[in-house]
Design a binder for this molecule. Structure first.
Ligand code: CUK
Ligand code: CUA
Length: 623
């Protein structure tokens, strides 16, 4: 890489030095002595010449866009947007049969926290899980095809905000809930909040063979709001932690009323124990779910007092500690798993709330860390040496500190108001160090103005030197909440879809194409190739589909161009339909031909010099 960089650097340097963008970033951060990058300008550090690829993938949650944004690091180039909870006409997501079924009645989602599948606490590059705060769903994306494989509704919860977070071997993805609702979501007056509302947490499993998500069990926690969470690692691998605010059980103006008490809690739970409870039948069957009520089924769940309104909680890579960060109390509190286990063993409790034992703050807390003038600590990531990096929302910076001593090691300003940050594999058992990206909520003056509302901003920070250094910045659509950064060589995306021999609606030879009618159902088994559609090779006009008004139409289309990146689209003009067929893929559109008339159909995805000619007709005979 070095060689190529220097070969082009002459040309590049003149170009880049001239841009305001680059000039800006040489002024930010320190002029430090990054070991292997001492002689590289910031532009060179992020430049990926043609023929070379980025070192990391960044998967940034798309918030209320309902999508996942994929970037390359260090170039910070936006490579792809993958629709998950929202329709996307570019890929036909939400239009074709499978994705339409996944979307159900919903047309948007609020994708918060993505989490990679893990093996032994390390990203295995197979799957990515995500949650929808807007409509209480969970999803899984296949990292071979970069497509959404399954979505489930999560009943009894409202806004699974705080996770996905997965356990060390992806046994579970846990989904705590942001809002408390009555179980079954039935009507209940807010006067009955403390009695009838619950903050249900769900344990979701994923079956790799069927590619289906499933709710294994739920836990009816008290009606508090649950915030961020993390799974244990190594010595704490059977455990998980999550923060809760609104232990006041306020039902109005949370800003004021959920912040009255000096202390809220971290929920510390042993998922192995909960799993055993379920195996032993210690649950109630409610709304089709196996529901554990902690006040009845004792054990496995504990409360750890923490400074009021905590936000993030993160487990250190070695699994020995968990660190809570407080929005309102400007400190990071380091807790020890070992001390917590000891206190649990000795039943050293300070009473209980709602039947859940409370551990004593002093007996679990190791230290409170308050870097000078650092305000609004939210989330913590880690590097390869176990050092912690905490985002400061209010003082707009990332603070590097040592969880072993509490010592502040470095600070770097970011523009502005970071929520999460994501370090290279920074929440695994073996973070890479190298890079951290600040996910900034406010971009303000960072980019050309696009009106009163600006994009969000992601800033790449080089961790290889003694001092953190901001080296690149990229605008991003609203709104990354959290992200995952994975070494690119851990992923193995498909080049083309393999022939699924057993898929009955695939057609691999032009002569097998056909249109079959069963009553008022019409099934089209067609192919797309450069540069035509063939729906029935034996017909006088093979590229025409003719049906009667009111027919139910199934168009099964196989892309038989088995060449990388030769994707075809299929749209019917004025029928509000579009789907995509990637090389080797079969996809189905299912709809009712409820409008009589003449409708041209065409390929939407530019596929060859004759793409413009890749058309046909959809004729609907009136009743
Ligand atoms: S939350 Cu903490 S800043 Cu959705 Cu992860 Cu946004
Ligand atoms: Cu096929 Cu354009």
């Amino acid at each position: 890489m070095k060689k190529l960089v220097s070969a082009v650097s002459g040309v590049l340097a003149g170009f880049l030095a001239a841009t305001v963008f680059f000039a800006d970033f040489t002024n930010i951060g320190s002029q430090s002595s990054a070991e292997d990058s001492t002689n590289k300008s910031n532009a060179e550090k992020v430049y990926v010449p043609f023929g070379k690829l980025d070192e990391y993938y960044l998967f940034a949650s798309g918030g209320h866009s309902g999508q996942m944004f994929i970037y390359g690091v260090p170039s910070m180039r936006h490579i792809r947007t993958v629709p998950v909870f929202s329709p996307d006409s570019a890929t036909g997501y939400g239009f074709d049969k499978h994705s339409k079924e996944l979307m159900g009645d919903y047309t948007w989602g609020d994708l918060h926290h993505p989490a990679f599948s893990e093996t032994n606490g390390d990203y295995d590059g197979k799957w990515l899980f995500a949650t929808d705060v807007g409509n209480s769903r969970a999803a899984v994306m296949d990292l071979k095809t970069f497509t959404t494989k399954d979505i489930i509704n999560v009943p009894n919860t409202s806004g699974p905000h705080c996770a996905a977070f997965v356990t060390e071997n992806t046994e579970y993805m846990f989904l705590p809930t942001r809002f408390a609702v009555p179980i079954g979501r039935e009507y209940a007056s807010l006067d009955d909040y403390s009695q009838k509302y619950r903050g249900v947490m769900s344990a979701v499993t994923f079956d790799e063979k069927t590619e289906k998500l499933n709710i294994a069990y739920q836990v009816a926690l008290p009606p508090w709001s649950y915030d961020l969470s993390d799974a244990g690692k190594k010595m704490s691998k059977d455990w998980a932690v999550m923060t809760t605010y609104n232990t006041e059980e306020a039902t109005t103006n949370l800003e004021i009323n959920a912040s009255q008490a000096d202390r809220d809690y971290i929920i510390l739970f042993n998922w192995k124990e909960l799993e055993k409870m379920v195996a032993d039948g210690k649950y109630e069957n409610i709304t089709g779910q196996k529901m554990i009520f902690p006040e009845k089924q004792k054990g496995g769940i504990y409360l750890v007092p923490v400074a009021k309104s905590p936000h993030g909680v993160d487990v250190t890579p070695d699994g020995t500690r968990f660190i809570a960060s407080g929005k309102l109390a400007p400190s990071m509190t380091v807790f020890s798993f070992e001390k917590a286990f000891e206190a649990i063993k000795n039943k050293d409790f300070a009473g209980d709330r709602n039947g859940i034992p409370i551990l004593k703050y002093e007996s679990v807390m190791e230290r409170e860390v308050n870097p000078e003038n650092a305000l609004g600590p939210l989330h913590t990531q880690f590097d390869d040496k176990g050092m912690a990096y905490t985002t400061m929302f209010i003082s707009s910076e990332i603070v590097k500190w040592d969880p072993n001593t509490g010592e502040t090691l470095d600070r770097v300003p970011v523009q502005y108001s970071p929520g999460h940050s994501v370090a290279a594999e920074g929440d695994t058992v073996s973070p890479d160090g190298k890079y951290i990206i600040a996910l900034n909520k406010i971009a303000k003056d960072s980019y050309l103005s696009v009106g009163p509302s600006h994009p969000e901003s992601m800033q790449l920070i080089d961790l290889s030197g003694d001092k953190m250094e901001v080296i690149q910045s990229a605008p991003v659509n609203p709104e990354p909440h959290y992200a995952q950064m994975i070494k690119a060589d851990k992923l193995n995306p498909l080049k083309i879809y393999p022939k699924e021999e057993n898929r009955p609606d695939s057609v691999w030879k032009q002569e097998d194409t056909r249109i079959e009618r069963k009553g008022n159902e019409v099934h089209v088994y067609g192919v797309a190739l450069r540069s035509k559609f063939i729906f029935d090779a034996k017909a006088e006009r093979p590229d025409v589909i003719e049906v009667n008004e009111g027919d139910k139409v199934f168009i099964h289309l196989t892309n038989i161009d088995l060449d990388q990146d030769i994707t075809h689209g299929f749209a019917i003009n004025s029928y509000n339909l579009n789907m995509e067929v990637q090389p080797g893929q079969t996809n189905t559109l299912e709809f009712v031909a409820d409008k009589a008339g003449t409708y041209p159909l065409y390929c939407t995805n530019f596929c060859s010099a004759l793409h413009q000619e890749m058309t046909g007709y959809f004729l609907v005979k009136p009743k």
